[in-house]
Each structure stands twice: as C-alpha cells, then as structure tokens.
Design a protein around this ligand. Sequence first.
Ligand code: TYC
Length: 103
Amino acid sequence: ETDGRTGTLERTETGQQTGRPRLYRVLLLNDDYTPMDFVVRVLTRYFRKSGAEAELIMLAVHHKGQGVAGVYTRDVAETKVAQVTAHARREGHPLMAVAEPEP
Ligand code: TYC
C-alpha cells in the first residue's frame, strides 16, 4: 500500500507501521495576557530549552504570533500540549499550545 507522505511501502503483512514516524510541531500562540516570564518557564520546563533559547522563542512568539516550542512524535506532542494547557489554566493564564504535523 502506498503511503501518502513518502509514496513508499510503509506497512508489513501484519499492518505494523515501518519507517520514520510522522513528526509534529508543538506551537505556542501569542496572547495579550500571559506573562513573558511564565512562557519562558514553560519552555524550559516542558520543552527542555536553555534560558537563552527560551527567551528567544518567547520573543519570536510575542512578535510573530506563533512559534515552534519543539518537534515530537504525535503522542509526545499531544501530551506536551495537554501538560502546558493544564499548567497555564491552573495558573490562570490563557496561553495556548497546539500540535501540527510537519509537512
Ligand atoms: N504577549 C505576551 C505579553 O506581552 C507574552 C507572550 C509570549 C504570551 C508568548 C504568549 O505564547 C506567548 N505579556
């Protein structure tokens, strides 16, 4: 069977997936209310960024509207989105994260 992404045979006789898994970007979206230092702490805690890299990503999101926090397999990406969203709501911030497949 032809895979839509790679155009190659990607399944075994038993239907198991083979080859590289599709990767998903976790995006942070800008808003007017979440404090900058909270976003930096999210990036260091959940996405294992250094303080300097977290600051750069946060500022890119602030100025451009969205930015890539990390790239993961689907399950990991969806877990990060759920963890970040839960943490932000617990702390009373509207911060939004979404996962989207890499082209
Ligand atoms: N725009 C926010 C502010 O001025 C900061 C911010 C950055 C919010 C990135 C969300 O994903 C975000 N306090």
